[in-house]
Design a protein around this ligand. Sequence first.
Ligand SMILES: Nc1ncnc2c1ncn2[C@@H]1O[C@H](COP(=O)(O)OP(=O)(O)O)[C@@H](O)[C@H]1O
Ligand SMILES: N[C@@H](CCC(=O)OP(=O)(O)O)C(=O)O
Length: 418
Amino acid sequence: MGTEAGKRREVGGVPGVAGGYQDGVDGRSTSDGTGGATGAGGLREDVTGARRIVVKVGSSSLTTALGGLDADRVDALVDVLAKAGGIGREPSLAREIVLVSSGAIAAGLAPLGLSRRPRDLARQQAAASVGQGLLVARYTASFARYGVRVGQVLLTSDDISRRTHYRNAFRTLDKLLAMGALPIVNENDTVATDEIRFGDNDRLAALVAHLVHADLLVLLSDVDGLYDGDPRRPGARRIAEVAGPADLEGVETGSAGRAGVGTGGMVTKVEAAGIAAAAGIPVVLTSAVHAADALAGRPTGTLFRRTGKRSADRLLWLAHASTPRGALRLDAGAVRAVVERRTSLLPAGLTGVEGRFTAGDPVDLLDERGNAVARGLVNYDAAELPRLLGRSTRDLAAELGPAYEREVVHRDDLVVLR
Ligand SMILES: Nc1ncnc2c1ncn2[C@@H]1O[C@H](COP(=O)(O)OP(=O)(O)O)[C@@H](O)[C@H]1O
Ligand SMILES: N[C@@H](CCC(=O)OP(=O)(O)O)C(=O)O
């Protein structure tokens, strides 16, 4: 890619960046050296079989070094997505694509006279407000070349952990796809405050992939895969396949490449890939310039194989996207009941309450040592709980009325943290 980092990588002679994909791939790749279970023509079956795909693209792949939208790069990405989505193909061969696009803040910098990403939230929000409009306008025009409509979907992580919002987000995305439109998702940066901020679109993309029941997640960045260390370091080697967490031992993941544009660097991508893989969704991590190859199933970048099965939907968001508003302290019996037997949390097992929250907020459940063992949506306001501590629901109902028979956290709203 035409970035400074990319040029340095090529000049530095890191194998596998500019040329053939087999070179420089280290021993973690599969024995066939192609980085995944392959079918006809050496293509990855995890990719060729995928019908619904979430593609996430980072700011560094959409913007110029000076901080503004790079229209040519947006068009190039749209060309690839239109082709991969099967525009003009048999409907049975078409694939549904949800695009999670970063770039709002970066796209808003130059128009607001800013030369780099501001540190303060207020100016980031102002930049996002200007940039998101420009970004979606560009996507709208670019996809229109293929007769494809786009729909903007701005998500706030904390909201989506709640049941009704979660269902609503799923319904909207599903309906957009059913109507032939391509959803373009970003965090609602303009309204997100520090407390409820997601701040990292890699994780957002993993959770969106889970939300829409995607078969595949593709993370596009300015680097062509996961390396065993800083890819700008001579001798760094690309990892073709990650079969599970053990394959990540010893891998050094650093922060963002191009100063002032990307946010999480490789750390958030590896975390996101881990979340998706554990939720049963394989992930391909590669650069935007290799997007066409990646979506065609060619063995480019790094494939993270699925490591788990799909879990109950909304709880993944609760575990990975919500910000707890307080904490509940549990006695040992309640910890066992919640963690081992997966029961609801009742007032009898509560020993303390921390923070200010209202019914419906996410809270952490702490063991006797203060470690968070689970997270759940609480059914009471913080102010109501102190007088309920350690008491049986039967006593409470007799004294205060039948409303007090309810659980503090219902097991359907509770996720055990590993
Ligand atoms: N082990 C690693 N493998 C690959 N890239 C890495 C690694 N460690 C750090 N990086 C850096 O992560 C950067 C990508 O992250 P980031 O800039 O946040 O991208 P994006 O804007 O696409 O989300 C790369 O440019 C690279 O310099
Ligand atoms: N929501 C922010 C992007 C946050 C983010 O994760 O950025 P990146 O590391 O470039 O994927 C924006 O649109 O600017």
